[in-house]
Design a protein around this ligand. Structure first.
Ligand code: ZN
Length: 133
């Protein structure tokens, strides 16, 4: 991915992060998904008093992309105040809707890590006849 594109997506993720709802962990995360329609969709983590119901920023961004009309995720950037690679649940969702997607998270001063979704979850669960099977 081109550096300018990474910077644009990361800026969107960082801006979204400000709106995260994380009163329990105080770990705010923002994500920005580039859809195959060329649009950028953002998501934030949304926690809940019933902890297990908390939603990750990555899945929120992917859901926003699908709701907005994108059929595939081309890239996904994740912003937090420390390196935040996606959790296992998010990797499964990202891999189905963007097996070729580049997943990016910040690491080090001004640096970032970029990996392909399939690389993050090489043996993901698939349903026979389902997408990507
Ligand atoms: Zn997650």
């Amino acid at each position: 991915m081109e550096k300018g594109e990474v910077a644009r997506l990361m800026a969107a993720a960082r801006a979204a992060r400000e709106r995260a709802y994380a009163p329990y962990s105080d770990f705010k995360v923002g994500a920005a998904a580039l859809g195959d329609d060329g649009r950028v969709y953002v998501g934030v983590n949304v926690e809940n008093a019933s902890y297990g119901l908390s939603l990750c920023a990555e899945r929120a961004a992917v859901a926003a992309a699908v709701a907005g009309g994108a059929r595939q995720i081309i890239a996904l950037a994740i912003a937090a105040d420390r390196p935040a690679p996606p959790c296992g649940a998010c990797r499964q969702v990202i891999a189905e809707l963007g097996p070729e997607a580049t997943v990016i998270w910040e690491e080090g001063a001004g640096g970032y890590v970029a990996k392909k979704a399939d690389e993050l979850l090489p043996e993901r669960f698939r349903l026979e006849g389902g997408r990507g099977s």
